[in-house]
Ligand binder design. Sequence first.
Ligand code: HEM
Length: 453
Amino acid sequence: MDMHPPKPASRPDKVSLWRYLRLFRKDILSAQPNKLYRAWMAEFRTPFFRSYLVNDPTLLKEVLQARPDDFPKSDRIGAGLRPLLGNSVFLTNGATWKRQRRIIDPAFEGGRLRETFPGIQAAADAGVSRMTDQADGMPQEIEAITSHIAADVIFRTLFSIPIEDDTAQQVFEAFRAYQRSQPILNLAAFVPGPSWMPRLFRPQTRATAKTIRLLITKLTKERLALIATGQAPDDLATKILTTVDPVTGDTFDLDEMVDQVAIFFLAGHETSASALAWALYLLALYPDWQDKLAKEADAFDGSFSGLSALKHTRDVFRETLRLYPPVPMMVRETALSEVFRGRQVDKGAQIVVSPWHLHRHSRLWDQPDAFDPSRWDTDSGKVSARQAYMPFSLGARVCAGAGFAQIEGVVLLAQILKAYKFEVVDGRSPVPVAHLTVRAADGIWLRIVSRAP
Ligand code: HEM
């Protein structure tokens, strides 16, 4: 097949600021001009501040890897998420952020990941059984299915409870409402307005954030009690709550842990659900690849060490994260004045890093819009990967769950493809839009067919 997987239409190169903002409110991907797929840097002028979208690989390494302290997270971004996330590691900067990462990172180290594997497997099995009823050949909305599975993974690995648990179920429902009421993560970085301007929250957003935090507080309190009596299960929550920061000697207190659980749940399930849904769509579009993965899945023995044999599955997952990076854009602020590509960039400017554009950049990739999982084995694919692939970001602020997410993605794909085949529905090609993560405007619809004889 020569056709490329779906890509949103770009806007015309020149539009008025007001038209741009209207487009922006609808969707940040289609609000951008086509030239961002070939430019090294683009400047956006608004009445109150400037934004620079950076695609230049050398400059990106400078911002994310070499001098991250000079490019902190912008408060504008935090504003939209603070009612839910409080002082979570996703929003903090400086010494607070460094201390939080020192406590969180040990829980996600390579050695610990093996211990999360049974939880991921159990969520995959539960998801496969739930799908029995949907495998009737009728069109099914796949994002709802993958969100359910990804939420289950987080509850099982973090708190050793399945999604059917009462509190887990309530958190999951409340997050769904939150996602609808607080749609766009990065909007605030582009919207012209002084930083003191109150951001427009719908009252419902705040109410939902409060509900979620109450539920998470309950889970965390119960866990602290189990830790105190020595009866806590050995999962991510226990590990994080008992890790002592080697520098300050502190552990997280209840409030700070609630902030972290909120971000683990949000960052951990929204992103993985998006990736898994797009992967299944791509496999339905390219049945040859789906067959290859199903064969690999059949040979998979379900053990942690058996994962290394799932090579094609890994390549498909990587290619999915290239074409549909769940976090399409990230924003930083300049702490100093800078000179970027010969241009003066003032202190307080917004720096936009866009995996979405970088991963499809015409000067950095061969056939940027084509689905080609075998590119990762080619020399040119390897060069592009080093320069222009960052679905988990790079440097000190790299995704804390990157290793976890890659294992999760491969395990879920293998277990699901072992049991089911996915087919496209004519006339229902998904249109990518940026909500909290990259989703399809009207969902991703596929037919699910059982592979059982
Ligand atoms: C396919 C799945 C995932 C993708 C594509 C992804 C992507 C990202 C990206 C791009 C960032 C950086 C955002 C920024 O700098 O503005 C990030 C941060 C983060 N992610 Fe993930 N993520 C995924 C899964 C997970 C999972 C499973 C967890 C935890 C269980 C997680 C926890 C975090 C945390 C805590 C941060 C904040 C790190 C910091 O600022 O120091 N993510 N993720």
